[in-house]
Design a binder for this molecule. Structure first.
Ligand code: FMN
Length: 226
């Protein structure tokens, strides 16, 4: 298995997948590793719904059709709204990188729309892991969201260490009622996000895109070290 530091540095989001199936055994190993994530007071408030085949196809179709029909997104957590300032700048930077890799011109509305639709289809990944948390924690959900971020990063890294690609994919659950119906999410859970997963398609240009990060000097300050 890949060394942790290597996996952390080399991982990137994968948005093009081959048809090669991912075995249930591999998925169980990855989830077993991700489950080692820390959580507030060891509450482990996450649930992972691992989808493939007909239910996943039904979610792709339902999510895409509703988005194409102009139905506003229905999420189960508060929306982040429009990003501004440095957050918007970073959002634009990665979009530019992805469009350049895919040869999508700025004014090519059809190709841009095609890219957005791929997102709604979870980039046609063979597997999707829907990440939910216990509804009893929704009123003060910040810490539960933190815990789910930890387990999700664990999932993504564990998958990468085994040669599998992932993209955390808010677009794929924009129409959460569709996900709830076809994945049969229990009423006492809240849908936070999903992770599209599969074997990376080496010929898919966007898979080579490496997003930029701020240096340590721009991220951290050290107090009392001098
Ligand atoms: C909460 C969350 C939601 C995301 N949703 C999407 C999405 O809907 N579509 C997409 O293409 N990427 C999505 N991403 C992936 C980010 O765009 C990606 O992580 C970021 O640009 C950094 O790139 P990297 O993962 O390659 O390092 C999401 C990531 C996170 C953490």
């Amino acid at each position: 298995m890949m060394e942790l530091g290597q996996a952390m540095r080399e991982r990137r989001s994968i948005r093009g997948f081959t048809d090669k199936p991912v075995t249930r055994e591999m998925l169980e190993e990855i989830i077993d590793m991700a489950n080692c994530a820390p959580s507030s007071m060891n509450t482990q408030p996450w649930h992972l719904h691992v989808l493939t085949g007909a239910p996943l196809e039904a979610i792709r179709t339902g999510n895409s059709e509703r988005m194409l029909a102009g139905i506003p997104p229905v999420r189960e957590i508060p929306d982040h709204g429009t990003y501004e300032g440095v957050h918007r700048e970073r959002q634009i930077e990665i979009a530019k990188q992805l469009f350049a890799a895919m040869g999508i011109a700025r004014d090519d509305k059809a190709m841009r729309q095609d890219w957005v639709m791929r997102g709604f289809r979870q980039f046609d990944a063979p597997v999707s892991i829907v990440v939910t948390f216990d509804r009893s924690l929704i009123d003060n959900g910040t810490i539960a969201h933190f815990d789910l971020g930890a387990v999700t990063y664990g999932l993504v890294l564990a998958a990468w260490s085994k040669g599998l690609g992932t993209v955390i994919n808010g677009q794929g659950i924009m129409q959460s009622p569709v996900v709830r119906e076809h994945a049969q999410i229990p009423d006492d859970q809240v849908i936070l996000t999903c992770v599209a997963l599969g074997w990376p398609d080496e010929s898919f240009a966007a898979n080579d895109v490496k997003s930029h990060r701020r240096p340590v000097s721009n991220t951290a300050r050290f107090v009392g070290f001098d």
